[in-house]
Design a binder for this molecule. Structure first.
Ligand code: NAD
Length: 378
């Protein structure tokens, strides 16, 4: 079977679903690989590199979709892209079925089999190698710190030089999940003093192991909502948390917020008043901008200055490190491809008895198979 990789057409999207290094590995699994001309350009992979790795380069999207039994994508396909898809084809990429019911209908009309990488059962340890949400969040957390450093007028690390003593920057991280932990590690590596808070007490050790200090809210309540995710906290907790965050905001040079609660708007943790209390030249990076933001003054997709504080609400952090995120994503999809062709004969078999594949598969031969039945307890 042939795997095809179209150029991503979402405005500003720079990622690509496979990279030259991974092409050879897909070919070893028995697949042929085709790529649309220019698909990797924005991530700094040129057509010749794909060609050298053994891929065929097709001139446009129509030719690519028509020639592909299996399509690898990053963003969910547009209606125009679905129209180009082969009847009965396989599609693997981000789909977000709960948010995209119309897309799901369009895909079933194509008798498609669709594996949504966002539906991976993340608690299965053997699924971790396929976990593109984790690799993407890791890239975003790193990039958030780089964006903050770029907007900040000082060093992150402390220095004693002939020209004077420079204190280290103080970074406060709200939410220590995958993205927050990546941000903690990156900021600590740059030499900043890093503090972090999360409603799930279990992350305190991870924060410490990455070089951060865990700051607790003075209120007895754990925020674990199951599956490693958070839940909405009580009014009492939220009030105590606001008090602690107000203290941190006054002290911090940089705040990076990553707090999310599945299926709910992002909790508002940084109020306008807290922004106002920050030192001029401070920076906030709100990684929850797309889900409404953790800061009251965030403008999604933009960088704005309010009360002398730069508030960055970029929603394309993975795309801002396109080569890295494409490489990790390509490896996640390679691992899916390996699971689909255990025989290494270049034929994808979607085995619905396999928990990981069952979770990923949101339509099969034109029938909606999402949501999957709950996983049996281990
Ligand atoms: P997420 O993006 O949904 O949330 C980010 C963080 O924000 C979470 O740590 C959450 O607890 C925190 N948060 C939510 N509300 C908050 C509030 N009001 N104040 C402060 N913090 C708040 O989560 P995520 O990063 O995708 O993953 C969360 C967890 O899932 C992680 O602990 C991760 O290790 C786990 N996970 C497990 C596996 C696995 O078992 N294989 C795979 C992936 C992730």
């Amino acid at each position: 079977q042939r795997i095809g990789i179209p150029r991503e057409i979402f405005p500003g999207e720079k990622r690509v679903a496979t990279v030259p290094d991974v092409v050879g590995k897909l070919i070893k699994l028995g697949f042929a690989v085709a790529i649309e001309a220019g698909a990797g350009e924005a991530a700094n992979f040129d057509d010749d590199a794909y060609r050298a790795a053994g891929a065929e380069v097709l001139p446009d999207a129509a030719a690519l979709w028509a020639a592909s039994d299996i399509v690898f994508k990053v963003r969910p396909p547009t209606p125009e892209e679905v129209a180009l898809m082969r009847q009965g084809g396989i599609l693997i990429g981000f789909i977000w079925p709960a948010q995209n019911p119309e897309l799901m209908q369009q895909l079933t009309a194509k008798n498609a089999t669709v594996l949504a990488i966002d539906s991976l059962p993340r608690t299965l340890s053997r699924a971790q190698k396929m976990d593109a949400l984790t690799s993407t969040a890791g890239v975003s957390g790193y990039r958030a710190v780089i964006e903050a450093a770029n907007a900040f007028g000082r060093y992150f690390n402390g220095q004693i030089t002939a020209a004077g003593k420079v204190p280290p920057a103080k970074v406060f991280i709200a939410g220590a999940g995958v993205a927050g932990l990546a941000a903690i590690g990156t900021a600590a590596n740059l030499g900043a003093i890093v503090r972090a808070n999360d409603t799930r007490a279990e992350v305190a050790d991870q924060v410490k192991s990455l070089g951060g200090e865990f700051v607790k809210v003075d209120y007895e309540e754990d925020g674990s909502g199951g599956g490693g995710y958070a839940r909405v906290m009580s009014e009492g907790f939220q009030a105590a948390q606001r008090q602690m965050y107000a203290q941190q905001a006054k002290d911090a040079d940089i705040i990076i917020t990553t707090a999310l609660i599945p299926g709910k708007p992002a909790p508002k943790l940084i109020t306008a008043e807290m922004v106002q209390s920050m030192k001029p030249g401070s920076v906030i990076v709100d990684m929850a901008a797309e889900q409404g933001g953790n800061c009251e003054l965030t403008v999604p997709g933009e960088s704005v200055v309010r009360h002398g504080v730069t508030i960055i609400g970029y929603t394309d952090l993975p795309s801002r490190l396109a080569k890295q995120s494409s490489t990790l994503y390509a490896t996640n999809l390679l691992r899916v491809a390996e699971e689909l062709t255990r025989a290494k004969d270049g034929v994808a078999v979607v085995n619905m008895e396999d928990d990981a594949i069952r979770g990923l598969t949101v339509t099969k031969d034109g029938s909606i198979t999402w949501p999957p039945p709950p996983l049996a307890a281990p």
